[in-house]
Write a protein that binds this ligand. Structure first.
Ligand code: WTA
Length: 630
């Protein structure tokens, strides 16, 4: 049992924050949701447009394959864009974008409508239709949003691959999704350098057979290979007669797939999490509205990457569903200087900043003088996501960035949940490091090994006990794995993979992952991905990866490698292996350290005991070793 020693102080919202908030009384909303959960979600869904209404809000007849808003017809893109053309937001900015090199672009809701329609028509002319998979691989540029929306508008399923991933990661995702089309940029700017995305894609495409067309957005402008008959320029296609300004949104069943997003689970290769048009739309709309309290005067900035779930839900869909104005920035937070973010907050009058603890810790390192040079008074709310935020970083964020007047929304959720699950709202008193309580109506708990709820302040498995609209529907092509990974430890209960504790006030404190997922700088990676990249090197026989605490990144990757016989470990070989991982998986997966060893701790059935490696590295007691082979 671990007692909470500090952080017991509450941070209360000011009266002006409460006055402005959509929700002024959390308990009232929560009671409403608990009294009639279906009515609660049905009422929220009624704020959006449906081509045909639902027969049932929740259908649990085939649980855990829950269905939401069955019988209804809609299209999330219609609600993201078309709906706002008639509600006075036609000329409102949907996105304000700044490139790392200082370039600027803005898109009104009408412009986004036109560009999305044009590109949807381009995709149609390539033969893309409802249910087809399209992979998108770009940096943070407006075209990534347009591409996602264009796919969803015609009912194609997008699969966005984060631009920080590399050859093998892209190849695996192309092959698993059997995408017909790949939309890629020539490159991306990152810290003043060009990441050669098209070059990486060319190599991945040599290994992937299903892709017929590659549509290339020009961003960085260097010479690239364009394969005749396969590769076409985005800007040329958008000028073709078939790229018409109008393309009706396809009428989708509420349960039709919207997108798949690959993420690392407990074992093996990354799996594609599937989300749908109806429920995901209602969940992301409601959570962003209540938690970030979006209104028409806001300039909202979610600094994540569209290639991860945070970007899908809270850069693209949630903000557009709410008719918000979002800011998007292409590059690194400290380029060319550590005041880049603060400069842009001042310049664009950003009112809400939503980012990850690792970014906060990274910028905190440069000291208070950098933000101190800028007028950050436009900010009214702050947010955090991706990993537990340590109270020290929370307090710095609150004091130095938020001038002690901006509540911090520490939102706990996952690729699988699609939407915020444990989160404050502006009216909720805060404790630094806790996401407070589950969103109204969501029943969560912390269980022990046997499935019994643990006592206050005791650690256990974090679980979700009720279905929610934006929940994962299945793992693409692997429904058995969906049941096994999330619904098999306890009956009718969703297993999150996190451990947590709850204090006497009912506030949740996330401790971290209990499975083989490592959160590095908020990015979700699997030990298996790193290990299989290592063993794909000719000199490596076996490998193990673990995460160890890191001051800025939260966790850093440490690897243990057994070399093939006759090969000797050296500094040069270690460097080569790090490069190899960066080439195969991506720079985010680079280990902090590679240690050459003669053996690895294994169970008698041959599974690597990572917890033993971890305990040894941290100088802790490795615990029960009865299953250790030798
Ligand atoms: C972790 C990211 C503590 C958690 C949206 C979860 C958090 C995993 C928080 C999902 C938070 C996310 N506090 N931990 N506010 N938010 N996590 O799928 O371990 O990339 O299970 O989704 O991130 O990561 P994913």
């Amino acid at each position: 049992m671990q007692e909470i020693k500090n952080n017991e102080e509450f941070y209360y919202p000011s009266e002006s924050v409460i006055k402005q908030a959509h929700i002024k009384d959390w308990n009232e909303l929560s009671e409403k949701a608990n009294d009639n959960y279906e009515e609660f979600w049905g009422d929220i869904a009624n704020e959006l447009d449906w081509f045909k209404s639902w027969d049932k809000v929740i259908d649990d007849s085939e649980k855990p394959f829950y269905k939401w808003f069955t019988g209804a017809k809609t299209n999330i893109v219609y609600n993201c864009i078309d709906r706002h053309l008639s509600d006075n937001r036609k000329n409102k900015l949907a996105y304000i974008w700044e490139g790392e090199n200082g370039e600027f672009q803005s898109l009104s809701y009408f412009a986004l409508y036109r560009e999305t329609n044009k590109f949807a028509n381009v995709l149609k002319s390539m033969g893309v239709s409802k249910g087809d998979r399209v992979t998108i691989y770009m940096g943070r540029i407006p075209e990534i949003v347009i591409s996602m929306l264009a796919c969803a508008r015609i009912g194609a399923i997008h699969s966005v691959v984060y631009g920080g991933f590399s050859v093998e990661a892209l190849h695996e995702r192309l092959e698993d999704s059997q995408s017909k089309v790949l939309i890629v940029a020539d490159g991306a700017y990152q810290r003043g350098k060009i990441v050669p995305l098209k070059e990486i894609a060319d190599e991945a495409l040599q290994r992937a057979a299903t892709v017929e067309h590659v549509l290339v957005v020009r961003r960085t402008g260097q010479d690239i290979n364009m394969e005749f008959g396969r590769d076409m320029w985005y800007h040329e296609l958008m000028n073709m007669p078939f790229a018409k300004n109008k393309c009706d949104a396809e009428e989708m069943d509420a349960e039709d797939p919207l997108f798949m997003l690959y993420t690392s689970g407990t074992t093996g290769k990354p799996k594609a999490i599937l989300h749908t048009h109806g429920g995901y739309m209602v969940g992301t709309y409601a959570t962003l509205k209540y938690v970030f309290d979006i209104n028409d005067s806001d300039r909202y900035w979610c600094a994540a990457d569209p290639g991860w779930i945070t970007g899908h839900s809270y850069i693209v869909y949630g903000p557009l569903l709410n008719g918000a104005t979002s800011f998007m920035y292409e590059g690194a937070p400290n380029f060319p200087y550590p005041n880049r973010w603060w400069q842009m907050i001042e310049k664009y009058g950003i009112s809400i900043l939503y980012t990850a603890p690792t970014a906060i810790r990274g910028l905190m390192r440069f000291g208070d003088a950098w933000p101190g040079r800028h007028d950050l008074s436009s900010l009214r709310l702050l947010g955090s996501v991706g990993e537990p935020i340590n109270p020290e970083a929370w307090k710095w964020y609150h004091k130095v960035i938020g001038s002690e007047k901006c509540p911090i929304m520490d939102t706990w959720w996952q690729t699988e949940t699609g939407m915020f699950m444990i989160t404050p709202m502006p009216c909720v008193p805060l404790k630094p490091g806790s996401g407070t309580r589950p969103f109204p109506g969501i029943q969560m708990d912390i269980l022990d090994e046997e499935g019994k709820p643990v006592k206050d302040n005791e650690e256990g498995y974090l679980v979700i006990k009720t279905p929610w609209p934006a929940m994962i529907r299945t793992i693409y092509k692997d429904p058995d794995k969906y049941v096994e990974q999330y619904w098999s430890k306890y009956p009718d209960v969703y297993l999150t993979g996190d451990s947590a504790r709850r204090d006497k006030d009912g506030y949740y404190w996330i401790i971290g992952r209990v499975d083989d997922v490592i959160k590095v700088s908020g990015y979700r990676l699997g030990t298996a991905e790193i290990e299989s990249a290592l063993v794909s090197h000719r000199d490596v026989a076996e490998a193990a990866a673990i995460g160890l605490p890191h001051e800025v990144k939260g966790n850093a990757i440490y690897t243990y490698v057994i070399l093939r016989s006759g090969v000797n470990g050296s500094k040069e070989l270690a460097d080569e292996l790090v490069k190899h991982i960066a080439h195969e998986v991506g720079p985010i997966a680079k280990p902090e350290r590679i240690e050459f060893v003669d053996s690895l701790p294994k169970t008698r059935s041959g599974k690597i005991m990572r917890r033993v490696l971890k305990a040894k590295a941290l100088g802790l007691d490795p615990g029960n070793l009865s299953t250790l082979e030798d």
